[in-house]
Write a protein that binds this ligand. Structure first.
Ligand SMILES: Nc1nc2c(c(=O)[nH]1)N[C@H]1C(S)=C(S)[C@@H](COP(=O)(O)OP(=O)(O)OC[C@H]3O[C@@H](n4cnc5c(=O)[nH]c(N)nc54)[C@H](O)[C@@H]3O)O[C@H]1N2
Ligand SMILES: Nc1nc2c(c(=O)[nH]1)N[C@H]1C(S)=C(S)[C@@H](COP(=O)(O)OP(=O)(O)OC[C@H]3O[C@@H](n4cnc5c(=O)[nH]c(N)nc54)[C@H](O)[C@@H]3O)O[C@H]1N2
Ligand SMILES: [Mo]
Length: 762
């Protein structure tokens, strides 16, 4: 308790440490899966184990004997729970009752055990035979006027094998509508990096962290979202390289870390200091901050050249490898320091200090996450990071480059194998040639476009390969209502969530095997493959007994729907799902980057996808790395009233996107509650607010007008060490404040991190 406010305190400890060990035990215990879990943990992220569904940070190879991470354990115990959502449970709980469960309670019912179909007369989900479900879904899918009326959503846990079959079926059926979870996080990475360096992914690999002398962590929170990254950052700090963090909130995981697998650190109370410098940028102020750093760097460079000293920039690299430098130079010259200070919330001298630190480094890695991407100028933000790196040739040399922290464990792989609403002509032609089918060319829809099409009634059916789409998207006021317009909804899932309760006319819930579970098909036990944030592809093989004997694997479910929908298909679905090696052969035949797929995943640790920009090969139309000027801001502040704040939606330490594991957010000092709004002491004082006050938060539109429908009532103020002008509240609760129309202008990723709001005492 802090100042008498229940569930609010100051967290003084490091990230990791004893708290992580305790949380691991608590999580395993609460899901009643102890023996199985312990076996599972030891097999996770090991050469022959299964890939941890927790995050997309790569496996360390030689670094640690066993990679055990708190949030990985939560993800696994959540999946391996012995609790069951059985047909008997559903018969006693109509959907109208389940609707009142919290998101935590819904998933905490347990694993889905049977294929289910919704029965409107009794308002319950009822068990159905797999064959009947497939047959009925196939019939409905054949009934639509056009295949473009169907949306095929993918959440990023789906393996390469399942995702490839899924897009194959959707395209053979005639749709390129592939809304996917990457549209909600790293859309700006795919769009922005492709334009800038000809590769929509990161350029670094884990070994680069052994060679860098500076790591800049901007807009990400590894203590919660990529806990295994802290082991890498600890090594970086221990060998004397510098870490700088840029984040509106003080996040403990960027400051101090105690390695939970080192008894000395846990019991000796030792911790490693991670960031030596921490800059609290305003929410949405990154583009201006980055411009300020570049402006200072260029000014320093010119001053040095005049004095005949070593320049700051790598002029040879700029000359040989890049285009667009003079436009960038002109833009930076004309930006005023006053504006850059105002927009970023940092002083000119802070930006100059950052430029000095950057200039001293011979090899810099920039790591970034959703604090950069989830804004109206998300793509522009990503490109400013590239500009900064290119100025000093920090791309395509050891210890340097760009490192987006992707989200779901296979979100990157899903896109590599064809989950893409605008796939290349080359890919589509090869798909047609290999399978003797024809597929559509018209670009399909990504996530926001899909929801809008459903809202307009243009889309009739939604198939979801995992995830919780309706809850993950902004503005449930519109999104939830839209879902109820659908004719058909099919969810392939492991657990019940709210999206499943937004009923269409016809509804099916198909239970899938999880990552941890044995997948046995005609030719025996199967492995799948996934690609991590650093483009490493490796096999994942489940070891545990499935939660129920009626579960099917995701590839088998895709094949079941495909055969029922397209009975005349020339594709031999049965063979493909009988032996996943054949799916990989097909992927290799269609996508040259996967050549010798089966042989290469047999190597320990798998293989790395080709990343041409890592060797300074730029697959851009002009063959160069491009400096790209951006003029856009996250929020047009001039239209907003003087007392407006900008709100970012945040993840607690006890949640995985829409999955709520518990009610704590340990590193931010929150226990047992989620109904809070984080605010700096100065902003609170300016509004006459103190810790514990209850407020209403209201969103403002682009003209600074309050939006009557976008309000959250009764949030408790928590005074937090964070930037001025900024507030934070948890997703998905705060999604009511967001707008489905506020998106990154280029990639359409929702601006989840920058909503103009006002606070009023309730
Ligand atoms: N345990 C756990 N692990 C996860 C997830 C999870 O929910 N739980 N989600 C997974 C997924 S899908 C993803 S995409 C990743 C997400 O991982 P992250 O990219 O780390 O995502 P967030 O926690 O949403 O936000 C990161 C940080 O952005 C900061 N921030 C907010 N606004 C701004 C801004 O304007 N500028 C800057 N510089 N920073 C800002 C916030 O303070 C926060 O610390 O994690 C993955 N891993
Ligand atoms: N306000 C706000 N909203 C956000 C974000 C934000 O920062 N702010 N972040 C966005 C981001 S980065 C993302 S990626 C999206 C996440 O969007 P999604 O990927 O759609 O959502 P998740 O919460 O990860 O999905 C959870 C569900 O996945 C299912 N599931 C779990 N494991 C498996 C499996 O192995 N197979 C199958 N078939 N199903 C499985 C379970 O049924 C579970 O209920 O949310 C976005 N929403
Ligand atoms: Mo994500």
């Amino acid at each position: 308790m802090k100042n008498g406010v229940p569930g609010v305190s100051d967290y003084q400890g490091p990230a990791g440490g004893w708290g992580a060990v305790k949380a691991v035990t608590a999580s395993v215990f609460s899901q009643k899966a102890i023996a199985r879990d312990i076996i599972a943990m030891f097999k996770m992220n090991q050469v022959k184990g299964f890939d941890c569904p927790g995050c997309a940070w790569p496996d360390p190879g030689h670094r640690a004997p066993m990679e055990l991470c708190e949030n990985g354990v939560k993800a696994v115990s959540w999946e391996t729970t012995s609790k069951k959502a059985s047909p008997e449970f559903f018969s006693r709980h109509p959907v109208s009752t389940l609707w009142h469960y919290s998101d935590y309670e819904l998933e905490n019912i347990g694993r889905l055990t049977h294929p289910m179909k919704y029965d409107a007369a009794s308002d319950t989900w009822q068990a159905v035979d797999w064959d009947i479900a497939f047959h009925e879904i196939g019939e409905r899918l054949r009934s639509y006027d056009s295949a473009e009326q169907v949306e095929f959503y993918t959440s990023g846990r789906t393996s390469n094998e399942a995702a490839f079959l899924y897009q194959l079926f959707a395209r053979e059926y005639g749709s390129n509508n592939f809304p996917d979870c990457s549209n909600m996080c790293h859309g700006p990475t795919s769009t922005g990096l492709t334009q800038a360096i000809g590769l929509g992914k990161g350029t670094v690999e884990l070994d680069d962290f052994d060679h860098c002398d500076l790591v800049i962590c901007i807009g990400h929170n590894p203590g919660t979202n990529h806990p295994r990254m802290l082991t890498t950052l600890r090594e970086v700090a221990k060998r004397g390289a510098k870490i700088i963090s840029i984040n509106p909130l003080n996040e403990r995981g960027l400051e101090r870390f105690s390695f939970p697998q080192s008894p000395r650190e846990i019991f000796g109370g030792q911790a490693t200091e991670l960031s030596s410098d921490y800059y609290q940028v305003k929410i949405g102020g990154d583009a201006s901050l980055l411009k300020g750093i570049m402006k200072a760097l260029i000014e320093m460079d010119e001053a040095r050249i005049l004095l005949d000293r070593q320049p700051c920039l790598d002029h040879a690299f700029i000359h040989q490898h890049t285009e667009g430098y003079s436009a960038l130079y002109d833009d930076l010259r004309q930006c005023s320091w006053a504006e850059l200070e105002q927009d970023s919330g940092l002083t000119r001298s802070q930006m100059e200090d950052l430029a000095h630190s950057y200039n001293k480094s011979r090899a810099t890695i920039i790591c970034y996450g959703l604090g950069i991407t989830q804004h109206k100028n998300g793509t522009g933000n990503v490109q400013q990071l590239v500009n900064l790196l290119l100025l000093k040739g920090n791309m395509g040399k050891p210890g340097a480059g760009i490192c987006p922290l992707r989200g779901h464990s296979n979100v990157q792989g899903d896109r590599s194998v064809g989950i893409n609403e605008a796939a290349s002509e080359e890919f589509l032609q090869r798909l047609e040639a290999h399978f003797a089918i024809s597929v559509p060319r018209k670009h399909g829809r990504s996530s926001v476009e899909s929801i809008r099409a459903i809202e307009r009634g243009e889309a009739k059916a939604l198939i979801c390969m995992g995830g919780n789409l309706a809850v993950a998207m902004p503005q449930p006021q519109r999104t939830f209502a839209a879902m109820k317009n659908l004719d058909l909804q099919v969810h392939v899932a492991t657990k019940l969530n709210r999206s499943h309760l937004l009923l269409a006319k016809h509804n099916y819930l198909l239970p899938a095997l999880g990552r941890t579970e044995r997948d046995i098909q005609a030719t025996g036990i199967q492995s799948v493959t996934v690609e991590d944030s650093m483009s490493m592809v490796h096999a994942s093989c489940g070891a545990l007994k499935p939660a129920s004997r009626w579960l099917k694997s995701e590839p088998a479910i895709v094949a079941g729907i495909a055969r029922a929908t397209l009975p005349l298909s020339p594709i031999n679905w049965e063979a493909l799902i009988g032996d996943y090696a054949l799916i990989r052969d097909a992927i290799a035949a269609v996508i040259p980057a996967f050549r010798d797929y089966n042989a290469r995943i047999a190597e320990p640790g798998g293989f790395r996808m080709d990343t041409p920009a890592s060797r300074r090969e730029w697959r851009t139309p002009n063959g160069k790395a491009n400096f790209i000027v951006s003029h856009q801001q996250a929020v047009e502040r001039e239209n907003q009233p003087a007392d407006a704040l900008v709100l970012a939606t945040l993840r607690s330490h006890d949640q995985y996107n829409t999955t709520i594991y518990g009610m704590n957010d340990r590193y931010r000092g929150i226990t047992g509650r989620r109904d809070v709004v984080f605010l700096s002491a100065e902003e609170a004082a300016a509004r006459g607010l103190s810790q514990g006050d209850v407020v209403n938060v209201q969103a403002l539109d682009d003209n600074g007008q309050p939006c009557a429908e976008r309000v959250m009532h009764g949030l408790t103020v928590v005074i937090y060490n964070m930037a001025a002008g900024s507030v934070g509240a948890y997703l998905p609760e705060a999604n009511v404040l967001l707008s489905l129309d506020a998106v990154d202008t280029q990639s359409l990723t929702p601006a989840y991190k920058s909503v103009p709001v006002t606070l009023k005492k309730a």
